[in-house]
Design a binder for this molecule. Structure first.
Ligand SMILES: CC(=O)SCCNC(=O)CCNC(=O)[C@H](O)C(C)(C)COP(=O)(O)OP(=O)(O)OC[C@H]1O[C@@H](n2cnc3c(N)ncnc32)[C@H](O)[C@@H]1OP(=O)(O)O
Ligand SMILES: N[C@@H](CCO)C(=O)O
Length: 391
């Protein structure tokens, strides 16, 4: 099946939406595949879902060396960058995939896909609906389980019956855990970084002003802004500012910025900014240039819906389904996904291992502390099942 319709974009947008490529055609390092119609957990339906994905290494004959890397809220399929001449775009977890890396491409076949509802090539709100117009406000509610269902279709199309490992951080960790609970027989090792078995009240609470910031931007137009030239970039920027503070630690911000003014600006009564305000402004500008506000809403609400225990007799009962190895890692300074949430998962799964990542950076530590994360991943995929604890 092929799709040839146009790609809606914001004026400043560098993001991609599904629907503009012929199936199988690469765009940069990405490939695109149709996984067909998807019935959603909350009752909606998507008549044809496209998935953007990338791979590294080769699937072996036994088809037992495949690893699925799950990205977080604003990530994408581009986990790893330079793999040779002509592949110069950095990835968000560079150094973890390649010859001799924790995911050694001489041994492993690594797959990463943009998530359902995203804006980097997989079907999302900016994609073209059957009537030829962007889905916009009509894009249905998706859950973490729906996202995993789409990934399961991708696995089938790639000929992967069982993953050697499924791993990810934050929202990626939610999908990894859902994989291990929904398809226990298809996951040899699940690695859940800086994540949780269910969205907590505080996580949902932090999301609420973010959702409101986007929806109350006059340029939001109820979500149907694609054909108007500009989108709710102000609202998205405010959402990112709120979120970004929760992604870092109080101590890091204090030691890094303290009360410093931004250059010569005079914040106290001078109309200028503090350096930390300038830092948040910078991250706000970056997200508006690379991410679609509707995807931010859809994915945030998917995270809020996350609860592995839903319709499964509760979290503890759901976690008892996990059959393969489970490695849970938390960042010691993470105030958004505090270590106690990882400990809860580990306590509910007798054979699980809990590892602590030491970092001043808070939640974003799972993206920044690549040496520690690399060591965890290397050991998790190198050891036979049931081997001693990682330390
Ligand atoms: C290659 C890609 O596009 S990856 C896209 C997908 N991205 C993802 O999946 C992850 C999303 N990214 C993130 O969450 C974050 O960017 C992280 C975790 C990677 C950032 O980690 P860090 O390396 O700690 O970056 P940090 O938060 O310090 O920000 C650095 C930026 O702030 C800027 N900055 C620092 N201080 C200030 C200041 N006072 N005023 C303005 N800007 C400032 C730096 O110049 C730098 O800018 P740049 O990123 O444009 O080069
Ligand atoms: N900084 C990460 C944090 C989300 O967990 C992101 O933007 O995806």
């Amino acid at each position: 099946m092929t799709t040839t319709s146009s790609t809606p974009r914001l004026s400043s947008g560098a993001w991609l939406s599904a629907g503009a490529w012929r199936e199988g055609d690469p765009v940069g390092d990405r490939r695109f595949v149709s996984v067909g119609p998807v019935e959603l957990e909350a009752g909606g339906r998507l008549p044809d879902v496209t998935v953007a994905y990338e791979t590294w290494g080769t699937l072996n004959e036994a088809r037992d060396n495949a690893i699925l890397v799950e990205h977080a809220l604003t990530g994408d399929s581009h986990v790893s960058g330079p793999a040779g001449p002509g592949h110069a775009t950095p990835g968000w977890w560079d150094g973890l995939i390649g010859p001799g890396c924790p995911f050694d491409t001489d041994r492993h076949f690594v797959v990463a896909a943009n998530v359902l509802g995203g804006c980097q090539g997989t079907t999302g709100p900016a994609s073209t609906a059957p009537d030829g117009r962007p889905w916009g406000s009509r894009f249905p509610f998706v859950t973490i389980r729906d996202q995993v269902a789409v990934e399961a279709r991708l696995a089938e199309l790639l000929g992967i019956e069982r993953w050697n490992a499924v791993l990810g951080g934050s929202m990626g960790g939610m999908r990894s855990l859902e994989w291990a609970v929904t398809h226990p027989e298809r996951v040899e090792t699940a690695i859940v970084l800086a994540s949780t078995a269910y969205a907590t009240a505080e996580q949902i609470a932090w999301c609420q002003p973010q959702l409101l910031a986007i929806r109350s931007d006059p340029a939001f137009h109820g979500g149907d802004y694609y054909e108007r030239g500009a989108g709710p970039e102000q609202g998205l920027g405010i959402a990112r500012r709120i979120a970004h503070v929760t992604y870092r630690s109080e101590l890091e911000l204090h030691e890094r910025f303290g009360r410093l003014p931004q250059g010569a600006e005079q914040p106290v009564g001078g109309g200028g900014r503090y350096a930390v305000e300038s830092y948040l402004d910078h991250h706000a500008g970056k997200i508006a240039a690379r991410f679609d506000a509707n995807s931010y809403l859809v994915l945030t609400e998917a995270m809020n819906s996350h609860d592995v225990g839903r319709d499964r007799g509760g979290v503890a009962a759901a976690l008892r389904r996990v059959m393969g190895r489970l490695v849970v890692a938390s960042v010691d300074s993470d105030r958004l996904y505090p270590p106690r949430l990882s400990e809860e998962i580990a306590a509910a799964v007798p054979h699980a291992e809990h590892v602590s990542i030491t970092s001043p950076y808070g939640h974003d530590g799972f993206l920044i502390e690549t040496e520690q994360v690399g060591a965890i991943l290397r050991q998790a995929v190198a050891r036979p099942a049931g081997a001693e604890e990682i330390r």
